[in-house]
Design a protein around this ligand. Sequence first.
Ligand SMILES: Cc1cc2nc3c(=O)[nH]c(=O)nc-3n(C[C@H](O)[C@H](O)[C@H](O)COP(=O)(O)OP(=O)(O)OC[C@H]3O[C@@H](n4cnc5c(N)ncnc54)[C@H](O)[C@@H]3O)c2cc1C
Length: 368
Amino acid sequence: MSDTPVRDAPAQSRASAKKELPEHFRDYKHVWVFIEQERGEVHPVSWELLGAGRKLADKLGVELAGVVLGGPGEATQHAVSEAFRYGADLAYLVEDPILADYRNEPYSKALTQLVNTHKPEILLLGATTLGRDLAGSVATTLLTGLTADCTELAVDADGSLAATRPTFGGSLLCTIYTLNYRPQMATVRPRQMPMPARQEDRTGRIVSFKAELDEESIVTKILRFIPDRDSAKSNLAFADVVVAGGLGLQSAENFQLVKGLASVLGAEFGGSRPLVQKGWIGSDRQIGQTGKTIRPKLYIAAGISGAIQHRVGVEGADMIVAINTDKNAPIFDFAHVGIVTDAIRLLPALTEAFRRRLSPHGRDRLAG
Ligand SMILES: Cc1cc2nc3c(=O)[nH]c(=O)nc-3n(C[C@H](O)[C@H](O)[C@H](O)COP(=O)(O)OP(=O)(O)OC[C@H]3O[C@@H](n4cnc5c(N)ncnc54)[C@H](O)[C@@H]3O)c2cc1C
Protein backbone atom coordinates (compact mmCIF):
# COMPACT_ATOMS: atom_id res chain seq x y z
CA MET A 1 0.00 0.00 0.00
CA SER A 2 1.41 3.39 -0.95
CA ASP A 3 1.05 6.82 0.58
CA THR A 4 -1.27 7.71 -2.29
CA PRO A 5 -3.83 4.94 -2.29
CA VAL A 6 -5.46 6.23 -5.48
CA ARG A 7 -3.26 5.04 -8.31
CA ASP A 8 -3.23 3.87 -11.89
CA ALA A 9 -4.44 0.28 -11.96
CA PRO A 10 -2.92 -2.38 -14.18
CA ALA A 11 -5.32 -2.83 -17.07
CA GLN A 12 -4.39 -6.29 -18.26
CA SER A 13 -6.05 -8.57 -15.71
CA ARG A 14 -9.70 -9.01 -16.56
CA ALA A 15 -10.23 -8.58 -20.29
CA SER A 16 -12.15 -11.86 -20.53
CA ALA A 17 -14.63 -10.86 -17.80
CA LYS A 18 -15.55 -7.55 -19.35
CA LYS A 19 -18.77 -7.30 -21.29
CA GLU A 20 -20.15 -4.27 -23.04
CA LEU A 21 -21.73 -1.92 -20.47
CA PRO A 22 -25.52 -2.16 -21.01
CA GLU A 23 -26.97 0.80 -22.90
CA HIS A 24 -29.01 2.13 -19.96
CA PHE A 25 -25.86 2.52 -17.82
CA ARG A 26 -23.85 4.49 -20.39
CA ASP A 27 -25.03 7.90 -19.24
CA TYR A 28 -23.90 7.25 -15.63
CA LYS A 29 -21.16 9.86 -15.03
CA HIS A 30 -19.26 11.63 -12.30
CA VAL A 31 -17.87 10.60 -8.92
CA TRP A 32 -19.97 11.03 -5.78
CA VAL A 33 -18.98 10.97 -2.15
CA PHE A 34 -21.60 10.54 0.57
CA ILE A 35 -20.98 13.22 3.20
CA GLU A 36 -21.76 11.54 6.50
CA GLN A 37 -23.10 13.94 9.07
CA GLU A 38 -24.91 13.34 12.32
CA ARG A 39 -26.24 16.09 14.53
CA GLY A 40 -24.14 18.72 12.82
CA GLU A 41 -20.91 16.74 12.93
CA VAL A 42 -19.43 15.58 9.64
CA HIS A 43 -17.39 12.40 9.93
CA PRO A 44 -13.82 13.21 8.71
CA VAL A 45 -13.81 10.10 6.51
CA SER A 46 -16.07 12.13 4.18
CA TRP A 47 -13.24 14.61 3.56
CA GLU A 48 -10.71 11.80 3.13
CA LEU A 49 -13.03 10.32 0.49
CA LEU A 50 -13.36 13.66 -1.28
CA GLY A 51 -9.54 13.66 -1.53
CA ALA A 52 -9.61 10.18 -3.07
CA GLY A 53 -12.65 11.03 -5.20
CA ARG A 54 -10.90 14.11 -6.57
CA LYS A 55 -8.12 11.95 -8.03
CA LEU A 56 -10.61 9.52 -9.56
CA ALA A 57 -12.69 12.34 -11.03
CA ASP A 58 -9.63 14.07 -12.50
CA LYS A 59 -8.46 10.81 -14.05
CA LEU A 60 -11.90 10.26 -15.58
CA GLY A 61 -12.27 13.92 -16.57
CA VAL A 62 -15.60 14.22 -14.72
CA GLU A 63 -16.98 16.21 -11.78
CA LEU A 64 -16.72 15.35 -8.11
CA ALA A 65 -19.91 15.73 -6.08
CA GLY A 66 -20.61 15.62 -2.36
CA VAL A 67 -23.98 14.17 -1.36
CA VAL A 68 -25.46 15.74 1.75
CA LEU A 69 -28.62 14.36 3.34
CA GLY A 70 -30.09 15.86 6.49
CA GLY A 71 -32.76 17.89 8.21
CA PRO A 72 -33.29 21.44 6.92
CA GLY A 73 -31.02 23.94 8.65
CA GLU A 74 -27.62 25.39 9.24
CA ALA A 75 -25.79 22.14 10.04
CA THR A 76 -26.73 20.59 6.71
CA GLN A 77 -25.81 23.78 4.82
CA HIS A 78 -22.50 23.89 6.64
CA ALA A 79 -21.72 20.33 5.53
CA VAL A 80 -22.29 21.47 1.93
CA SER A 81 -19.94 24.46 2.27
CA GLU A 82 -17.29 22.26 3.82
CA ALA A 83 -17.64 19.70 1.01
CA PHE A 84 -16.65 22.43 -1.47
CA ARG A 85 -13.66 23.38 0.68
CA TYR A 86 -12.48 19.77 0.63
CA GLY A 87 -12.69 19.50 -3.15
CA ALA A 88 -16.28 18.90 -4.33
CA ASP A 89 -17.27 20.72 -7.54
CA LEU A 90 -20.95 20.43 -6.73
CA ALA A 91 -23.15 19.17 -3.94
CA TYR A 92 -26.42 17.27 -4.11
CA LEU A 93 -28.47 18.48 -1.20
CA VAL A 94 -31.44 16.50 0.10
CA GLU A 95 -33.08 18.32 3.00
CA ASP A 96 -36.10 16.88 4.76
CA PRO A 97 -37.14 16.79 8.44
CA ILE A 98 -37.46 13.00 8.05
CA LEU A 99 -33.69 12.90 7.41
CA ALA A 100 -32.80 14.83 10.59
CA ASP A 101 -31.49 11.67 12.30
CA TYR A 102 -30.05 8.70 10.49
CA ARG A 103 -32.43 5.85 9.85
CA ASN A 104 -31.73 3.22 7.24
CA GLU A 105 -35.08 3.33 5.44
CA PRO A 106 -35.44 7.03 4.58
CA TYR A 107 -31.71 7.48 3.93
CA SER A 108 -31.64 4.45 1.60
CA LYS A 109 -34.75 5.69 -0.20
CA ALA A 110 -33.46 9.23 -0.62
CA LEU A 111 -30.01 8.15 -1.81
CA THR A 112 -31.45 5.54 -4.17
CA GLN A 113 -33.83 8.08 -5.70
CA LEU A 114 -30.98 10.57 -6.09
CA VAL A 115 -28.77 7.97 -7.81
CA ASN A 116 -31.58 6.93 -10.16
CA THR A 117 -32.19 10.55 -11.11
CA HIS A 118 -28.66 11.95 -11.43
CA LYS A 119 -26.75 8.73 -12.25
CA PRO A 120 -23.20 8.72 -10.84
CA GLU A 121 -20.70 6.21 -12.18
CA ILE A 122 -18.88 5.91 -8.83
CA LEU A 123 -20.36 6.27 -5.34
CA LEU A 124 -18.06 6.22 -2.29
CA LEU A 125 -19.07 6.00 1.38
CA GLY A 126 -17.09 5.76 4.62
CA ALA A 127 -16.86 2.27 6.14
CA THR A 128 -18.30 3.57 9.41
CA THR A 129 -21.24 2.00 11.24
CA LEU A 130 -23.61 4.36 9.42
CA GLY A 131 -21.85 4.12 6.05
CA ARG A 132 -21.75 0.32 6.09
CA ASP A 133 -25.43 0.15 6.96
CA LEU A 134 -26.42 2.60 4.23
CA ALA A 135 -24.07 1.32 1.49
CA GLY A 136 -25.30 -2.26 1.82
CA SER A 137 -28.97 -1.41 1.48
CA VAL A 138 -28.46 1.13 -1.31
CA ALA A 139 -26.33 -1.31 -3.34
CA THR A 140 -28.90 -4.07 -2.81
CA THR A 141 -31.80 -1.82 -3.83
CA LEU A 142 -29.93 -0.61 -6.93
CA LEU A 143 -28.82 -4.17 -7.75
CA THR A 144 -25.23 -3.05 -8.17
CA GLY A 145 -21.86 -4.15 -6.78
CA LEU A 146 -20.32 -2.84 -3.56
CA THR A 147 -16.71 -3.40 -2.52
CA ALA A 148 -16.40 -2.93 1.23
CA ASP A 149 -13.40 -1.74 3.27
CA CYS A 150 -11.20 -0.80 0.31
CA THR A 151 -7.57 0.05 0.91
CA GLU A 152 -6.91 1.47 -2.58
CA LEU A 153 -9.05 2.98 -5.30
CA ALA A 154 -7.92 3.42 -8.88
CA VAL A 155 -9.25 4.00 -12.36
CA ASP A 156 -8.46 1.36 -14.96
CA ALA A 157 -7.31 2.19 -18.47
CA ASP A 158 -10.89 1.71 -19.68
CA GLY A 159 -12.35 3.90 -16.92
CA SER A 160 -13.58 1.13 -14.57
CA LEU A 161 -13.16 1.56 -10.83
CA ALA A 162 -10.50 -0.82 -9.48
CA ALA A 163 -11.33 -1.29 -5.80
CA THR A 164 -8.66 -3.11 -3.81
CA ARG A 165 -9.23 -4.70 -0.40
CA PRO A 166 -7.67 -7.38 1.81
CA THR A 167 -8.92 -10.94 1.43
CA PHE A 168 -8.17 -14.41 2.89
CA GLY A 169 -7.87 -13.02 6.40
CA GLY A 170 -5.78 -10.11 5.16
CA SER A 171 -3.01 -12.26 3.75
CA LEU A 172 -3.76 -11.19 0.16
CA LEU A 173 -5.08 -8.09 -1.56
CA CYS A 174 -7.69 -8.47 -4.28
CA THR A 175 -8.96 -5.92 -6.79
CA ILE A 176 -12.69 -6.03 -7.41
CA TYR A 177 -14.57 -4.55 -10.38
CA THR A 178 -18.25 -3.84 -10.89
CA LEU A 179 -18.10 -4.30 -14.63
CA ASN A 180 -21.66 -4.44 -15.83
CA TYR A 181 -23.66 -2.43 -13.30
CA ARG A 182 -23.74 1.18 -12.16
CA PRO A 183 -22.92 2.95 -9.95
CA GLN A 184 -19.69 1.26 -8.91
CA MET A 185 -19.88 1.46 -5.11
CA ALA A 186 -17.12 1.21 -2.53
CA THR A 187 -16.62 1.90 1.16
CA VAL A 188 -13.30 2.95 2.69
CA ARG A 189 -12.42 2.91 6.38
CA PRO A 190 -11.57 6.12 8.22
CA ARG A 191 -7.87 7.10 8.02
CA GLN A 192 -7.21 4.80 5.08
CA MET A 193 -6.88 7.76 2.71
CA PRO A 194 -4.94 10.95 3.48
CA MET A 195 -6.87 14.07 4.43
CA PRO A 196 -6.91 16.57 1.52
CA ALA A 197 -5.97 20.20 2.09
CA ARG A 198 -8.91 22.43 3.03
CA GLN A 199 -9.24 25.41 0.69
CA GLU A 200 -11.00 28.22 2.50
CA ASP A 201 -12.24 30.13 -0.56
CA ARG A 202 -13.43 27.18 -2.57
CA THR A 203 -17.11 26.99 -3.45
CA GLY A 204 -19.36 25.16 -5.92
CA ARG A 205 -22.83 24.46 -7.33
CA ILE A 206 -25.68 23.18 -5.22
CA VAL A 207 -28.24 20.86 -6.77
CA SER A 208 -31.27 20.53 -4.48
CA PHE A 209 -33.25 17.32 -4.67
CA LYS A 210 -36.67 16.61 -3.22
CA ALA A 211 -36.86 13.00 -2.14
CA GLU A 212 -40.23 11.28 -1.98
CA LEU A 213 -40.40 10.28 1.65
CA ASP A 214 -43.38 9.49 3.83
CA GLU A 215 -43.00 9.23 7.60
CA GLU A 216 -46.07 6.98 7.82
CA SER A 217 -44.38 4.26 5.79
CA ILE A 218 -41.18 4.22 7.87
CA VAL A 219 -41.31 1.59 10.62
CA THR A 220 -38.27 2.86 12.59
CA LYS A 221 -39.08 5.82 14.86
CA ILE A 222 -36.66 8.00 16.83
CA LEU A 223 -38.08 8.21 20.35
CA ARG A 224 -35.09 9.69 22.14
CA PHE A 225 -31.40 10.36 21.47
CA ILE A 226 -29.04 9.08 24.15
CA PRO A 227 -25.37 9.86 23.36
CA ASP A 228 -22.96 6.98 23.89
CA ARG A 229 -20.69 8.29 26.61
CA ASP A 230 -17.99 5.74 25.76
CA SER A 231 -17.86 6.39 22.02
CA ALA A 232 -15.64 9.47 22.28
CA LYS A 233 -13.18 7.83 24.67
CA SER A 234 -10.55 6.60 22.23
CA ASN A 235 -9.24 9.03 19.65
CA LEU A 236 -6.86 6.45 18.29
CA ALA A 237 -7.74 6.84 14.61
CA PHE A 238 -7.01 10.58 14.63
CA ALA A 239 -4.13 10.78 17.11
CA ASP A 240 -0.80 12.29 16.02
CA VAL A 241 1.19 10.01 18.30
CA VAL A 242 0.27 6.39 19.10
CA VAL A 243 2.09 3.91 21.35
CA ALA A 244 1.02 0.27 21.02
CA GLY A 245 1.94 -3.06 22.53
CA GLY A 246 1.71 -6.67 21.46
CA LEU A 247 2.00 -10.17 22.87
CA GLY A 248 5.73 -9.61 23.31
CA LEU A 249 4.88 -7.63 26.45
CA GLN A 250 3.84 -10.94 28.00
CA SER A 251 1.29 -9.70 30.57
CA ALA A 252 -1.45 -7.15 31.20
CA GLU A 253 0.78 -5.64 33.93
CA ASN A 254 3.60 -5.06 31.45
CA PHE A 255 1.10 -3.44 29.07
CA GLN A 256 0.86 -0.60 31.61
CA LEU A 257 4.36 0.38 30.36
CA VAL A 258 2.77 1.27 27.01
CA LYS A 259 0.17 3.41 28.75
CA GLY A 260 2.91 5.09 30.77
CA LEU A 261 4.88 6.10 27.68
CA ALA A 262 1.69 7.21 25.91
CA SER A 263 0.76 9.39 28.84
CA VAL A 264 4.14 11.14 28.91
CA LEU A 265 4.01 11.74 25.14
CA GLY A 266 0.40 12.96 25.22
CA ALA A 267 -0.31 10.02 22.89
CA GLU A 268 -3.13 7.50 22.45
CA PHE A 269 -2.41 3.85 23.26
CA GLY A 270 -3.46 0.73 21.40
CA GLY A 271 -2.47 -2.85 20.72
CA SER A 272 -2.57 -5.89 18.49
CA ARG A 273 -5.62 -8.14 18.24
CA PRO A 274 -4.48 -10.90 20.63
CA LEU A 275 -4.44 -8.29 23.41
CA VAL A 276 -8.14 -7.66 22.89
CA GLN A 277 -8.78 -11.40 22.91
CA LYS A 278 -6.88 -11.67 26.19
CA GLY A 279 -8.85 -8.79 27.68
CA TRP A 280 -5.75 -6.59 28.23
CA ILE A 281 -7.30 -3.78 26.16
CA GLY A 282 -10.80 -2.94 24.90
CA SER A 283 -11.73 -3.62 21.27
CA ASP A 284 -11.79 0.15 20.55
CA ARG A 285 -8.00 0.07 21.11
CA GLN A 286 -7.25 -2.63 18.56
CA ILE A 287 -5.12 -1.51 15.63
CA GLY A 288 -5.21 -3.26 12.27
CA GLN A 289 -7.42 -4.74 9.64
CA THR A 290 -10.25 -5.67 11.99
CA GLY A 291 -9.52 -2.78 14.37
CA LYS A 292 -8.67 0.86 13.76
CA THR A 293 -6.63 2.24 10.87
CA ILE A 294 -4.28 4.94 12.13
CA ARG A 295 -2.23 7.64 10.39
CA PRO A 296 -0.20 9.23 13.21
CA LYS A 297 2.95 11.26 12.77
CA LEU A 298 4.69 8.84 15.14
CA TYR A 299 3.81 5.20 15.86
CA ILE A 300 5.76 3.26 18.48
CA ALA A 301 5.11 -0.50 18.39
CA ALA A 302 6.48 -2.55 21.29
CA GLY A 303 6.48 -6.36 21.16
CA ILE A 304 4.37 -6.49 17.99
CA SER A 305 5.47 -8.92 15.27
CA GLY A 306 3.99 -6.90 12.36
CA ALA A 307 1.60 -9.47 10.87
CA ILE A 308 -0.05 -8.31 7.64
CA GLN A 309 -3.37 -7.69 9.44
CA HIS A 310 -1.57 -5.29 11.79
CA ARG A 311 0.54 -3.74 9.06
CA VAL A 312 -2.44 -2.63 6.93
CA GLY A 313 -3.70 -0.57 9.85
CA VAL A 314 -0.45 1.35 10.49
CA GLU A 315 1.23 1.82 7.13
CA GLY A 316 -0.11 5.34 6.79
CA ALA A 317 1.99 6.48 9.78
CA ASP A 318 4.72 9.03 8.94
CA MET A 319 7.25 7.39 11.27
CA ILE A 320 7.08 3.84 12.65
CA VAL A 321 9.43 2.91 15.49
CA ALA A 322 9.45 -0.82 16.26
CA ILE A 323 10.85 -2.43 19.40
CA ASN A 324 11.26 -6.20 19.12
CA THR A 325 13.68 -8.81 20.46
CA ASP A 326 13.66 -10.69 17.13
CA LYS A 327 15.72 -8.94 14.47
CA ASN A 328 13.85 -10.95 11.81
CA ALA A 329 10.39 -9.84 12.97
CA PRO A 330 8.26 -8.77 9.97
CA ILE A 331 7.65 -5.35 11.51
CA PHE A 332 11.25 -4.41 10.70
CA ASP A 333 10.34 -4.76 6.99
CA PHE A 334 8.19 -1.63 7.15
CA ALA A 335 9.34 0.25 10.28
CA HIS A 336 11.39 3.40 9.73
CA VAL A 337 13.36 2.89 12.93
CA GLY A 338 13.98 -0.58 14.38
CA ILE A 339 15.23 -1.23 17.91
CA VAL A 340 16.20 -4.85 18.62
CA THR A 341 15.82 -5.16 22.35
CA ASP A 342 13.54 -6.18 25.21
CA ALA A 343 10.60 -3.75 25.22
CA ILE A 344 9.85 -4.51 28.85
CA ARG A 345 13.20 -3.01 29.77
CA LEU A 346 13.29 -0.24 27.17
CA LEU A 347 9.80 1.22 27.70
CA PRO A 348 10.38 2.46 31.28
CA ALA A 349 13.72 3.96 30.23
CA LEU A 350 12.12 5.73 27.26
CA THR A 351 9.28 6.99 29.43
CA GLU A 352 11.70 8.39 31.97
CA ALA A 353 13.87 10.00 29.29
CA PHE A 354 10.85 11.67 27.66
CA ARG A 355 9.48 12.72 31.05
CA ARG A 356 12.71 14.54 31.78
CA ARG A 357 12.96 16.16 28.35
CA LEU A 358 9.37 17.09 27.62
CA SER A 359 7.73 19.95 29.41
CA PRO A 360 3.93 20.02 29.03
CA HIS A 361 4.61 22.66 26.35
CA GLY A 362 7.03 20.35 24.55
CA ARG A 363 4.42 17.61 24.71
CA ASP A 364 2.01 19.84 22.82
CA ARG A 365 4.64 20.40 20.18
CA LEU A 366 5.18 16.68 19.75
CA ALA A 367 1.47 16.05 19.23
CA GLY A 368 0.90 19.20 17.15
C1 LIG B 1 -9.01 -12.27 9.97
C2 LIG B 1 -7.91 -11.78 10.86
C3 LIG B 1 -7.94 -10.47 11.26
C4 LIG B 1 -6.92 -9.98 12.10
N1 LIG B 1 -6.96 -8.66 12.47
C5 LIG B 1 -5.96 -8.17 13.21
C6 LIG B 1 -5.91 -6.79 13.55
O1 LIG B 1 -6.80 -6.00 13.22
N2 LIG B 1 -4.88 -6.35 14.29
C7 LIG B 1 -3.85 -7.17 14.70
O2 LIG B 1 -2.92 -6.68 15.37
N3 LIG B 1 -3.88 -8.47 14.40
C8 LIG B 1 -4.91 -9.00 13.68
N4 LIG B 1 -4.92 -10.32 13.40
C9 LIG B 1 -3.92 -11.20 14.06
C10 LIG B 1 -2.57 -11.20 13.36
O3 LIG B 1 -2.57 -12.17 12.34
C11 LIG B 1 -1.46 -11.54 14.37
O4 LIG B 1 -1.75 -12.81 14.95
C12 LIG B 1 -1.29 -10.53 15.48
O5 LIG B 1 -1.16 -9.24 14.94
C13 LIG B 1 -0.06 -10.86 16.30
O6 LIG B 1 -0.04 -10.05 17.42
P1 LIG B 1 1.35 -9.69 18.13
O7 LIG B 1 2.26 -9.10 17.14
O8 LIG B 1 1.00 -8.94 19.34
O9 LIG B 1 1.83 -11.14 18.62
P2 LIG B 1 2.97 -12.08 18.05
O10 LIG B 1 2.78 -12.33 16.60
O11 LIG B 1 3.00 -13.26 18.96
O12 LIG B 1 4.30 -11.25 18.20
C14 LIG B 1 4.90 -10.90 19.39
C15 LIG B 1 6.22 -10.26 19.04
O13 LIG B 1 6.84 -9.80 20.21
C16 LIG B 1 8.22 -10.05 20.12
N5 LIG B 1 8.71 -10.11 21.50
C17 LIG B 1 8.65 -11.13 22.39
N6 LIG B 1 9.13 -10.74 23.60
C18 LIG B 1 9.51 -9.44 23.43
C19 LIG B 1 10.06 -8.48 24.30
N7 LIG B 1 10.32 -8.76 25.59
N8 LIG B 1 10.34 -7.25 23.82
C20 LIG B 1 10.08 -6.94 22.51
N9 LIG B 1 9.55 -7.81 21.66
C21 LIG B 1 9.26 -9.05 22.11
C22 LIG B 1 8.34 -11.33 19.35
O14 LIG B 1 9.61 -11.41 18.73
C23 LIG B 1 7.20 -11.18 18.35
O15 LIG B 1 7.67 -10.56 17.15
C24 LIG B 1 -5.90 -10.83 12.56
C25 LIG B 1 -5.90 -12.16 12.14
C26 LIG B 1 -6.88 -12.64 11.30
C27 LIG B 1 -6.82 -14.06 10.86
